[in-house]
Design a protein around this ligand. Structure first.
Ligand SMILES: Cc1ncc(COP(=O)(O)O)c(C=O)c1O
Length: 414
């Protein structure tokens, strides 16, 4: 028998095993200053493409003022307790009404964290007779919600409608035998590849199969659709999404999340979702701050237009320069490259230290060995100069990668 702490000492986890070499630079980096395209990293200003501040609201003067005023007026303790017991307020209910209108749903429940909301809602909606059908590249919050499910689950190949239908056939057979129901779960925009989930085609499958659709639209809320109402709005199938999830962690530049659906489903969630019943309500400054953000999103469609102008320039420019950016059809912009982890490490060092560009890198074990993804997140507050400088810099670093320079070169010491 092993001591638990000894076991942990020996196995640090897939990313944690590199903590000694990477902490403070590749992992847990400190970006300092106002949230903006230029931020300080290790004492130098860098062009930053790594934050999901899609609409540029994080540092918007009205947002900063609303947050500060609400903090001063209410403090961060109010309201105390869980919503159900003692932590409800007019502002929480007003925000729920405004979010419902924003995503064209009947009713909404506010949640403290997006991740927790998804896990807990999945847990709450299904029982052991029910069957879950979900996309293979789902976010960890979906996978962890599915892990809590006591019944059967079928996974379909990423964004593969034929396979989704095949899994629905298996699920239907089982659900009939068990007198259960089917919940299909996918995402509006997949955060790694930038691909939209094929929501319209999944909704169309409802003509043949009986199921309810739950969509995690963390990256779609505020960025997709004519009024920013999300990926269902973009694809003209918002009505077919039975349960809609959005987070405040991205376009809203805040913390918290929400789930919208028919009133009786939201009421069920209010009274049964363990992460909300057994946890303190969102502090009032966050609720008031979210109200300000939603007002700005409604009244300033130009923020979303600007985000897309920058996105198109960036993605078209990268494609023209010969970069492989996959099938993204959202602002999330992955750049796929081939190389080893040491090469990827050297490349990021070069990019940060010599070109002053800060972006996220994804390598094995998140993606297969030999694949390097640089993940670029454009925002409404980036400029065309930022785009052009970045494409130019990337052309230089990819030239070095292809010629093998990052295999031998020691770029910088940190
Ligand atoms: C697709 C997706 N779902 C859920 C979440 C979790 O949201 P939150 O950060 O609000 O916990 C994220 C990341 O933020 C995400 O990218």
């Amino acid at each position: 028998m092993k001591d638990l702490f000894e076991k942990i000492q020996e196995n640090r986890g897939p990313i944690g095993q590199h903590a000694k070499e990477s902490h403070g630079y590749f992992t847990f980096p400190k970006l300092e200053g106002d949230i903006a395209p230029r931020m300080m990293f290790r004492g130098k200003m860098r062009l930053n493409w790594s934050l999901n501040n899609y609409l540029g609201l994080a540092n918007h003067p009205e947002v900063r003022k609303a947050d500060a005023d609400a903090g001063a007026k209410y403090g961060f303790a109010q309201p105390m307790g869980a919503r159900m017991m003692s932590g409800n307020s007019d502002q929480h209910e007003q925000l729920e009404r405004e979010l419902s209108a924003f995503v064209s749903k009947e009713s909404t429940i506010l949640c403290n964290f997006g991740y927790q909301a998804m896990v807990s809602a999945i847990d709450c909606l299904v029982d052991r007779r029910d069957v879950i059908v979900y996309d293979a590249e789902s976010h960890a919050c979906i996978l962890d919600g599915v892990r809590l499910h006591m019944g059967k689950r079928y996974v379909f190949k990423h964004n593969d409608i034929e396979d989704c239908e095949k899994q629905l056939q298996r699920a239907t057979k089982l659900a009939k035998e068990q007198n259960g129901s089917i919940l299909v779960i996918t995402e509006g925009v997949f955060g790694m590849s930038g691909r939209q989930g094929r929501l319209k085609e999944i909704v169309d499958l409802k003509k043949k199969y009986k199921f309810r659709l739950f969509v995690d639209d963390a990256h779609g809320i505020g960025t997709m659709g004519a009024t920013g109402g999300g990926t269902g709005q973009e694809q003209g199938c918002q009505d077919g999404i039975d349960i809609y999830f959005g987070t405040f962690a991205k376009s809203f530049a805040l913390i918290g999340g929400f789930i919208s659906s028919e009133e009786h489903i939201v009421e069920y969630l209010r009274y049964n979702m363990r992460s909300q019943i057994f946890a303190k309500a969102l502090p009032l400054p966050l609720v008031v701050g979210a109200l300000k953000r939603i007002e700005l999103m409604r009244n300033h469609p130009e923020y979303k237009d600007k985000l897309w102008e920058i996105t198109r320039a960036l993605q078209n420019g990268l494609r023209t320069a010969g970069f492989e950016i996959g099938k993204t059809n959202s602002p999330v912009t992955p750049i796929f490259m081939s190389g080893s982890i040491p090469e990827a490490t050297n490349m990021i060092l070069d990019l940060r230290e010599n070109f002053n560009i800060f972006c996220s890198m994804v390598v094995y074990p998140v993606v297969p060995k030999g694949v390097i993804i640089l993940r670029i997140i454009p925002t409404a507050v980036h400029t065309m100069e930022d785009v052009n400088y970045t494409i130019d810099s990337f052309s230089k670093i990819v030239g070095k990668l292809k010629s093998g320079q990052y295999m031998s070169e020691k770029i910088a010491v940190f």
